[in-house]
Design a protein around this ligand. Structure first.
Ligand code: UT7
Length: 326
């Protein structure tokens, strides 16, 4: 088996920032409630003209420029998102078009918040089983486009943004030491967008009932998120034969600071090793982990040889975790 490694990261958050105080003018909420229950202070919101692929293209260009990667060397584009530009074709197709990379395969993965880790797993498979050498893996969303801005139980939680990584075969000790992904469809109705697909095609009634927006039973999702993120992290650690004491950075999906703290405590990872940016980004679903990795990379927090644990959980339910030697 070839081991793949991340050779560059990128991210893009839209310019507009919506604070908790801004939200208090839209729904019956408070900065105190949002901060205490979630850890979120503000989130970025895409403009009307900005689609998910537009954020992805900016993230990819930043990655290519910063890490001196020739875009023409990319053999494949994989985009984890549940807020595609259109139902079809894929969002990755629009990235391919904008980056002018004709003929290479480009496709989306629908695995919600676990989309980036699913993307890494698929890139690993592709690099191991085809002649393709380099993949651009993106993850991210414009969740603001499917948010019910009258529903205080969901509208305070999400933000827009895309992150990405370029991966290729590793020729040294660095790379993905393990990658674990899973899913359980039995609780699909706890977090979903009810209309717009073939089950419930768009009608005047579905639009009127706001069925094209995020519906979530937050309390129930919370319980599964805590248990599953612990389980996934343990699995990835044991597959890599790494103890949690060896972790330099724990980079969890940023859905709720209480979920992050509980998972870290269970894994016995001290607070100073846990990367948190939920206060500034809110929950960007598939964007969460690649945006975090890129911010850490740019801030010089990731040093060669560091052991990093990434861990995600999302709608489906889906989950994924990976141990990476940087
Ligand atoms: O990324 C994919 C996975 N997603 C997640 O992991 C999200 C998991 N869930 C959560 O993070 C939490 O369940 C939430 C942050 C969504 C909610 O926190 P909670 O502590 O579970 O609150 P709750 O839903 O039990 O609501 C408590 C109270 C309710 O009022 P009553 O019934 O006690 O009077 C809500 O109506 O808080 C009320 N509430 C709010 N109050 C002010 C709900 N949303 C708000 C709000 N502002 N925005």
């Amino acid at each position: 088996m070839k081991r793949i490694k991340i050779i560059g990261t990128g991210s893009y958050l839209p310019e507009k920032v919506l604070t908790n105080d801004d939200l208090t003018k839209m729904v019956d909420t408070s900065d105190e409630w949002i901060t205490q229950r979630t850890g979120i202070k503000e989130r970025h919101i895409a403009s009307q003209e900005e689609a998910t692929s537009d954020l992805g293209v900016k993230a990819a260009r930043r990655c290519f420029e910063t890490f001196d990667i020739d875009p023409k060397s990319i053999d494949c584009i994989i985009f984890g998102t549940v807020t595609p530009d259109k139902l079809f074709p894929s969002t990755a197709i629009y990235v391919q078009k904008a980056l002018n990379l004709p003929n290479i395969p480009a496709f989306d993965i629908s695995a919600a918040c676990s989309g980036f880790i699913y993307g890494l797993a698929i890139a690993n498979g592709i690099i191991n089983s085809t002649s393709m050498k380099r993949a651009l893996v993106l993850g991210g969303e414009t969740l603001s486009k499917v948010t019910n801005w009258n529903d205080r139980s969901t509208c305070v939680l999400f933000g827009d943004g895309v992150g990405c990584a370029v991966v290729e075969e590793s020729h040294d000790q660095s790379g993905l030491l393990s990658i674990y992904i899973g899913a359980d469809g039995n609780m699909e109705n706890l977090l979903h967008q009810p209309a717009g697909g073939s089950r419930n095609p768009a009608t005047f009634e579905t639009v009127e009932k706001k069925l094209h927006t995020i519906h979530m039973e937050g309390n129930e999702v919370y319980k599964y998120a805590v248990n599953t993120m612990q389980m996934a992290a343990e699995k990835a650690l044991s597959m890599a034969n790494i103890s949690s004491e060896d972790i330099k950075w724990f980079v969890p999906h940023q859905a709720n600071i209480r979920i992050i703290d509980t998972t870290a405590k269970y894994l016995k990872v001290p607070k100073e090793k846990v990367f948190v940016n939920i206060d500034k980004t809110a929950n960007t679903s598939a964007g969460s982990i690649p945006i975090a990795l890129d911010q850490m990379n740019r801030d010089g927090l990731l040093k060669k040889g560091d052991i990093i644990l990434i861990d995600a959980f999302g709608a489906g339910f889906t989950w994924g975790a990976s141990v990476i030697r940087w």
